[in-house]
Design a binder for this molecule. Structure first.
Ligand code: FES
Length: 252
């Protein structure tokens, strides 16, 4: 059964290029059945009514699908509930009179645009470097004509679950995008359809990641813990193998 709780929010407010600071807000009579973002909506409504600027945050699907939402809640990316995006976090996870500290994802390549919104376009740029296939293929072939081992298909689908939220980057002490890039490389390379461009894809994506200032992986494993989709670090090992093979092949 839901109940009403009062919580104190300590929220990071910042304009682009300016210094930021925490500000305190009270969220009163919040139904524990509300989602975290609905609670933020209620606070913003009150701020607007008071003539104050609402807290800027990103969201879209509110179903854990799009990867738009994201903030650090009480020191944890997307909050402390495992395998949960910020939009799927619920107020029943908090107690009456709790203080909730809300900050943007912090990483060198993620510049704060406003309050809790950071520029994650670097992740899009890495995907773009992966390229795309442009061939006339006619109708889609009968699926059963390309036999794929079940374990490979499942591993590819698991990697494809990455929603590109950037929590892995924010959780990593090096600000590395290795888990993200590894998921994107893996989802293709595990399937025969992804083999033709595998060399260039691995090289380009890793080089782009380095160019944009994302750090390297030092096996902290914070990324996989923070990932709301539970992307496995085994994908990073696969990316490393792909990158080494691609480097050797392209040099020869
Ligand atoms: S708003 Fe789409 S994943 Fe949270």
């Amino acid at each position: 059964m839901s109940e009403k709780i009062n919580v104190t929010l300590k929220v990071w407010r910042q304009n682009r290029g300016e210094k930021g600071q925490f500000k305190i807000y009270q969220a009163r009579e919040i139904d524990t059945a509300a989602s975290f973002l609905e609670m933020m909506d209620i606070v913003n409504e009150q701020l607007t009514l008071n003539g104050e600027e609402p807290i800027a945050f990103e969201d879209d699907c509110r179903e854990g699908i799009c990867g738009c939402c994201g903030a650090v809640v009480n020191g944890k990316t997307h909050g402390s509930h495992e395998r949960t995006t910020l939009c799927q976090l619920h107020m029943r996870k908090f107690k009456n009179n709790d203080q909730i500290v809300i900050e943007p994802f912090r990483a060198k390549p993620f510049q704060v645009l406003k309050d809790l919104i950071v520029d994650r376009s670097g992740l899009d740029a890495i995907i773009c470097e992966g390229g795309y296939v442009e061939v006339k293929t006619g109708n889609a072939p009968e699926a059963a004509t390309t036999p794929i081992k079940r374990e490979l298909a499942e591993a590819s689908m698991d990697a494809a679950q990455c929603i590109g939220c950037g929590a892995c980057v924010a959780a990593c002490p090096n600000g590395s995008a290795m888990l993200f890039t590894a998921a994107k490389v893996s989802q293709y390379v595990l399937l025969p359809q992804g083999h033709p461009e595998r060399t260039q894809r691995a090289l380009n994506m890793v080089n782009k990641m380095d160019e944009l200032g994302f750090g390297s992986c030092s096996n902290e494993y914070e990324c996989t813990v923070a990932c709301p989709k539970g992307i496995d670090v085994k994908n990073i090992a696969r990316l490393n193998r792909e990158f080494i093979k691609a480097s050797l092949t392209s040099h020869s």
